[in-house]
Design a protein around this ligand. Structure first.
Ligand code: DGT
Ligand code: CA
Ligand code: CA
Ligand code: ZN
Length: 575
């Protein structure tokens, strides 16, 4: 894969670090760093500079470096870099990831203590050897140890929902600065990925200095890892990295598009631009031929220049969105306001924290027409699963509540019935038949092999009294993998039996995963956006489900709980 100017700058910085580890002479090292800075701030078109030979004329570049940049631009890799890496102990570069451990210090620990990897570094610190080295001391040694222990937290991804607060706070703060014309969060956050690696903020301003000053001293920042005129990076509590880039207002929408990504989407857009005689980068368009390069006063202008309508960020995953946009076939994506209710929610009868009445009141407050109550079934005893008598008592209570007229919402009696190990259900048919809505879920025996698990779930889907398959993979994001299941077969079974698959909106579940919905919907499978609420406040989780549904290209008519009450009742009763 070819690299853009920023990608190449990162490689040049890496080369500089590795050269420093090798003990190379400082002039050589400085040249690579200088090359990286030049590329980061390049306003000319890189391809044109390479083609004309003008790159080698730039201050501090020279023929050799220009040659390496051209190779990186073309192939995305360098033999030179591979050889450089191979010449060093393979565990050494990882030490550079520890805060405060630059190449110089790392080289000294290697040369003087024989430290060649993180495990060796940790041992040396624990034995007190690092503190004894000239220029290190107790404090540095303690900081290195803390850094090693934090590494795991720093390396991980973060739930979308858990970083939303940081985004909201920083955006509000940035937008309030007098120097800031615009501010947005780009990257995977803007694309509604269910987890994010880091946050990418973009600001339009002619005065980056004060913006960076403000950004790097915000409360909650535990470390400033880079502080520059155009880009700064910090870490906040929990290890989340936050990047801020400040660009001149005229570049803002190009940069916003670029740093929203995805990489795959960007590559496809760049190819399309080239076919139209435009070279595209995060700085803007450059005309390759005689044509004039258009600017952009909105993000839609960027797409318009390539003959496309604006593509919602959620769809920019390089999965055919450009073709769909070209053919006028972009979907009208689901919105939270399209929802008229939901089916999978718990109460204090099982493991919920809110009563039936509190749940109904919360649904009323959202203006919902219907609210499904589906508490756990008897086998899920750990979760207060209901014995048959208690379930029947709840059915009567719900009937009475609806008759009382206390709430506008129509409460539907239901169950989240366990799919037992063999695929049978946790209540007999005559009991299930009394319920308005039956959600069937796997909660135990998750270790089955793929074939057995798939057969188990398919059997539940085929059960005539089941309406909806609950959280279809059992995953807990960043905590527990999906159980082994062939989702293509599950989707086919749902299609063949006219069943609905849930999009569980709990921010740690969000399954079925967004990558499966487009195909499922094309096969006619209905989606149900369910909050799986265990508290009245959790009904609002549906917005996370909607975010993922949008990534899955879902339109309102492909989602059961956009339909009015009468249609929903008809659909539920047709079994
Ligand atoms: P993340 O942070 O792992 O959740 O995912 P992203 O998509 O936020 O990725 P990130 O933070 O590395 O970069 C933000 C965007 O910048 C990415 O979606 C596309 C753009 N970008 C970054 N590096 C490259 C690159 O080498 N080539 C291209 N075409 N775009 C890139
Ligand atoms: Ca990111
Ligand atoms: Ca980033
Ligand atoms: Zn469940």
């Amino acid at each position: 894969m070819s690299l853009d100017a920023h990608g190449i700058a990162e490689v040049l910085d890496e080369i500089a670090r590795l050269l420093e580890l090798s003990g190379e002479n400082p002039f050589k090292i400085r040249a690579y760093h200088a090359g990286a800075r030049l590329l980061e701030t390049l306003t000319d078109d890189l391809d044109a500079l390479i083609a004309s030979g003008a790159l080698a004329e730039k201050p501090g570049i020279g023929e050799a470096l220009a040659d390496k940049i051209a190779k990186l631009r073309k192939d995305g890799r360098l033999d030179f870099l591979d050889r450089l890496r191979a010449s060093l102990p393979p565990g050494l570069p990882a030490i550079l990831g520890i805060p405060g451990m630059g190449p110089k210090k790392t080289r000294r620990l290697w040369q003087e203590l024989g430290v060649v990897d993180l495990a060796g570094l940790q041992a040396a610190c624990e034995q007190g050897k690092v503190a004894e080295l000239k220029g290190f001391g107790e404090k540095t040694q303690a900081a290195i140890l803390a850094g090693i222990r934090n590494r795991e937290a720093y390396g991980k991804r973060h739930l979308w929902a858990s970083v939303e607060g940081v985004v909201t706070t920083l955006l509000a703060g940035l937008r309030a600065l007098p120097q800031v014309a615009r501010a947005e969060a780009a990257g995977s956050f803007r694309r509604n990925r269910e987890t994010v690696g880091d946050l990418d903020f973009l600001v339009a301003s002619d005065e980056p200095g004060p913006v960076m000053d403000w950004f790097t001293v915000q409360p909650g920042i535990v470390e400033v890892t880079a502080r520059g005129q155009t880009k700064s990076s910090v870490r906040v509590e929990g290890g989340l990295q936050v990047d801020l880039r400040v660009v001149p207002p005229a570049q803002f929408f190009f940069a916003l598009h670029h740093f929203t990504g995805s990489k795959e989407h960007n590559v496809a857009m760049r190819q399309r631009a080239l076919q139209r005689g435009l070279s595209m980068s995060e700085w803007g368009f450059t005309a390759v031929g005689a044509a004039e390069a258009p600017g952009a006063a909105t993000e839609a202008d960027v797409f318009r220049a390539l003959g496309l309508p604006w593509i919602p960020p959620e769809l920019r995953e390089g999965q055919g969105e450009i073709e769909a946009a070209e053919g006028g076939a972009l979907p009208r994506l689901l919105e939270v306001g399209d929802l008229r209710g939901a089916f999978h929610n718990h109460t204090t009868a099982s493991d919920g924290k809110s009563t039936l009445e509190q749940m109904a009141a919360a649904a009323d407050a959202l203006g919902w027409e219907y609210l499904g109550i589906s508490d756990h079934s008897r086998t899920s005893a750990y979760a207060g699963g209901l014995e048959v008598e208690r379930l029947l008592a709840q059915v009567s209570a719900i009937r009475a509540l609806n008759a009382s007229g206390r709430f506008r919402v129509r409460v539907l009696s239901g169950s989240e019935v366990d799919i037992l190990k063999d695929g049978s259900l946790d209540y007999p048919d005559d009991i299930l038949a009394k319920l308005d809505v039956v959600v069937a879920s796997v909660h135990a025996s998750m270790q089955l092999d793929e074939e057995a698990m798939t057969a188990r779930i398919v059997r539940a889907i085929e059960h005539p009294l089941v309406h909806i398959l609950g959280h279809s993979t059992g995953r807990l994001l960043l905590q527990r993998e999906s159980y082994k299941v062939n989702l293509a077969k599950v989707v086919d079974a749902a299609a063949a039996n006219g069943k609905c698959i849930e999009l569980n909106s709990h921010p740690r579940r969000l399954d079925m995963d967004w990558t499966h919905w487009r195909r499922a919907a094309e096969k006619g499978v209905l989606c149900s956006i369910n909050p799986d609420a265990h508290h009245a406040d959790h009904l609002a989780y549906v917005r996370h489900g909607v975010a993922v549904a949008r990534k899955g290209w879902l339109t309102p008519d492909q989602v059961l709980n956009t339909r009015p009450l009468d249609d929903v009742l008809r659909w539920l009763r047709r079994r």
